[in-house]
Write a protein that binds this ligand. Sequence first.
Ligand code: SAM
Length: 296
Amino acid sequence: MSDLVCPQNTIAVLQKYNFRFQKKFGQNFLIDAHVMDKIIAASGVQKNDFVLEIGPGIGTMTQYLCEHAKYVAAVEIDKNLIEILHDTLSSYDNVEIINEDILKVDIAGLVQEKNGGKPIKIAANLPYYITTPIIMGLFENHIPAESITVMVQKEVAQRMKAVPGTKDYGALSLAVQYYARPQIIANVPANCFMPRPKVGSAVICLTRHDTPPVHVQDERLLSAVIRAAFNQRRKTLANALDHCTQIGLGKEQLQECIQKMNLPAAVRGEELTLEQFGMLTDLLDQHMHADHISLE
Ligand code: SAM
């Protein structure tokens, strides 16, 4: 294989195909071998693994994954990259290139078809403009992924890992931490990419929990409560939840639930832990059902 992570080799491929970067697809190709080694090591990919790569670009990381894994499915949206990928990956028989938008791929179906539904590993240098929908889609659709090792914008990695009471803490921190244990592997400067992105980057590894750290009656309600709590960050929790149609409880009932948890009336969402959000969700759930029963 010609190691594409070496900048001269990337340039040679781009020139051979007269490839033009498309900003709208978040195309920043990795050209640093040291960072690549870190991603591959953190992903823990081994010879019996099925790996999903999101956005292979010209196939730089794909080649490494093919060397380490049993099988790689690489989903790339840009049709101009497909011919290039067939060329750069021609020496591998354990890779499939799928020309699709990852947000439209039936990943669960793919895992079922190609890996008998057994857990897969996911690795990617993600297109930053859709990081959150990709990650949340994987979690909320219960894709059987043991681990997700991805390059993301540095601030996003910090938000995923953030704890209560910090400025980075928000709906993404809680959502990610409900499903997985996040670990920042490395901060990556802009000069490790071609072209250089305007933002800093970080590699984060999300290791899926066997069972979520909190148990709630209704997972969807938990997610609605969290989103509502951070939608209007500056409001008190009671005021923020008052606007949530999925809860549909009056201000007094909301305050009653908050009080039952021994929280101050003016508490804000950013002060609550995941465990407290779980408890609050179950209390709200009980109230919602009590109301429902009394109306019948
Ligand atoms: N993996 C390559 C690397 O590390 O050099 C490229 C990474 S680049 C940051 C992101 C890649 O995702 C690009 O190849 C881009 O075309 C692709 N991409 C963007 N949006 C996508 C989508 N919705 N579905 C699949 N691929 C997408």
